[in-house]
Design a binder for this molecule. Sequence first.
Ligand code: SF4
Ligand code: FES
Length: 252
Amino acid sequence: MVNIIIDGKSVEANEDATILQVARENKIKIPHLCFHPALKSSGSCKLCGVEVVSAKGKSVWMLSCILKPKKNLVIKTNSEFVKTYRKKTFSKLLNMAPDSGRIRQLAADFNVNIAPPPDGCIRCRLCIRVCNEIVKAKALRMVKIHDITMVGARPGHCIGCGTCANLCPTNIIMVDDQDNVRTVSIKGQIIGKLPLERCEGCGKMYATSTFLKHVEQSTGLHPDTKTHHHFCSSCIKLLSTRATTERERIKK
Ligand code: SF4
Ligand code: FES
């Protein structure tokens, strides 16, 4: 048996044990994931790193699941030095397993602030830019929720055109047409919920009334027409083909 100092406390340690085991026996908590008492330590997860302070006061980071006790060894398990390495190690593990609840819980137990789980948005802001610059509905903006900046809705601004969903490179904006209502949402957050209008040609629900009004207001009437017609893209295609055929027939 030898005496070692862990977090300023003198502790008796079996030389055959590891520092992690000694810490566990003395109810000193060190995070670890790849240690198993029935197996040889592998040093894979690197979470159990501790600060070892030499007689000259120099600090080194060592894995407590491998390190063996030596007389007068000075160990710190929760110093700023350890916290810096610990945070980096948690981040590396979460890069490999971003949805692991166990790693996230362990980080929380040791007060390590880590990046939130990925939400599928790459913050390219294409959705916001197209909505502001082209559609001009200004229905989206960046918002800060619990220190995380994400795409959020400006209530009452969405016109249900779906342009944001068409442009989103990661396909996380959803457009769902059900019971004559279009719902646009991002990760469960509703951006807009708007009634749909029927196509004058085939009767299919095809666009929101708000979108059609927006187009009318933005474009105005064509000098040759008295009203705006509401046709879906399939009917417009059909009508233009008919018009072309008719023109060609007249020319002949
Ligand atoms: S929701 Fe899609 S388009 Fe908008 S910022 Fe995120 S990834 Fe880009
Ligand atoms: S417990 Fe995984 S490296 Fe020590």
